[in-house]
Design a protein. Sequence first.
Length: 146
Amino acid sequence: MSVLPLFIIATTLIFVAGLIVQGSTRLKFCAVCVAISSTWLGLLGLRLAGFNINPMLIGVLMGESVVGIYYLLEKKVPPAWQLFRWPYIVTMTVGVYFVVGIREGAMLAVALLIIMWLISVGIYVFRRYPSFKRIAERLIACCRDW
């Protein structure tokens, strides 16, 4: 059987099991998140154990987790911290790229991420000054006002 039908069956079973656990306990969690993250963790473990697992599927699933965590953080963090959305998403994308085994451009990527985070932290720290405040407000509003 091909990978995609197995993926659909396995993740659906994990999702349904998550819904059952969720409905029969007081645990609060996202069944979709559990299904996706447990699938990529399992596939990554199998790949690290030497099984021939396509890293593209692992990367796609990890990307879904990155976006899921992004949306969770967006709901939970103070509005001022939302100016870190872009550095977060880029950092996590680079992290997924590295986890699936691609290392090309690693040094430059890490250097650029450090610069991006330093600039973002600088904007955050000085956000009370008018010129920085405008930049911070635009960064925060980018996803909210479209």
